[in-house]
Unconditional design. Structure first.
Length: 272
């Protein structure tokens, strides 16, 4: 799932996150760092796959597409292949709520995003737990350019936007989210120059829509767009409290507001 961050911050973020993931997943070794053997290091990562769901809610996965794109790192091939294999089997054991047409359940197709947590299991191996899973469209979301005025003055901020697209995946609407929640309002200030930059970027985004009865359908997604000058670990990204809200995705993710296909199985918190 593509991160939506200002371009000036993008390269450094990718390199640091990739380094952390490589250290944790290589050969399925435990995530133990110099901080001490009694401390375990946790790592969030995301995987995704197209899932074909029949009218009874059974899913079939042709292949798992990625594990935070680390399948392109040769040294991680054995670990990533193992994770993909286990994920495919697990997804196909879940039950889905298929889309309906005229009140009748029909075959559907959704792009499933799974956020997971890897950690030292205390036995010399890597434990993996599923944090969340949700369907929606597949998106190609290019990060926005940093507004020059904000960059020159060292201003950081964020915008939460709702993006609508048609059945061909072409963006038809972009609207900043106006929330009354004080936590969300502090994080997503909706400053004019950030809003303008986010909207300009979003209008060029494209989506591959879910399918209902063999036909693509329009949809809407909610996307946090962060404009950061600081390094990862600062308070620039979505706060933990904001990210835990059901309708606010984490930085680097988007959330389908009304996906055609939904999960019936409760998978959050289960081990992989």
């Amino acid at each position: 799932m593509p991160a939506i961050l200002a371009a000036t911050y993008w390269d450094s973020l990718i390199m640091i996150r990739r380094l952390r993931v490589v250290l944790c997943l290589l050969a399925l070794l435990p995530c133990a760092y110099a901080a001490g053997k009694d401390r375990t290091t946790e790592l969030d990562f995301v995987s995704s796959a197209w899932v074909d769901v029949d009218a009874k809610g059974h899913g079939r996965v042709e292949q798992v597409d990625s594990v935070t794109k680390l399948d392109k790192v040769p040294a991680l091939a054995p670990a990533v292949a193992h994770i993909k294999e286990v994920l495919k089997e697990r997804i196909e054991s879940w039950e889905f709520i298929p889309a309906t047409r005229d009140g009748v359940a029909v075959s559907s197709r959704t792009y499933l995003y799974m956020e997971m947590e890897g950690m030292d299991d205390g036995k010399g191996g890597l434990g993996i737990r599923i944090l969340s899973a949700h369907g929606g469209p597949q998106g190609q979301l290019t990060p926005p350019s940093y507004p020059p005025t904000a960059y020159r003055n060292g201003i950081q901020g964020g915008v939460l936007i709702d993006v609508g697209f048609d059945d061909q995946g072409v963006v038809t609407s972009v609207e900043p989210v106006k929330s009354t929640d004080p936590i969300i309002r502090r994080k997503f200030s909706n400053s004019k120059f950030f809003v303008e930059a986010a909207i300009a970027a979003a209008r060029a985004w494209t989506f591959k829509a879910e399918q209902v009865g063999g036909f693509p359908v329009p949809g809407r997604v909610r996307v946090p767009v962060s404009f950061c000058l600081a390094m990862p670990g600062s308070s620039c990204g979505s706060s933990e409290r904001a990210a835990k809200k059901a309708d606010v995705p984490r930085d680097g993710e988007f959330l389908a507001l009304d996906p055609a296909v939904k999960l019936r199985s409760a998978v959050a918190g289960t081990a992989l």
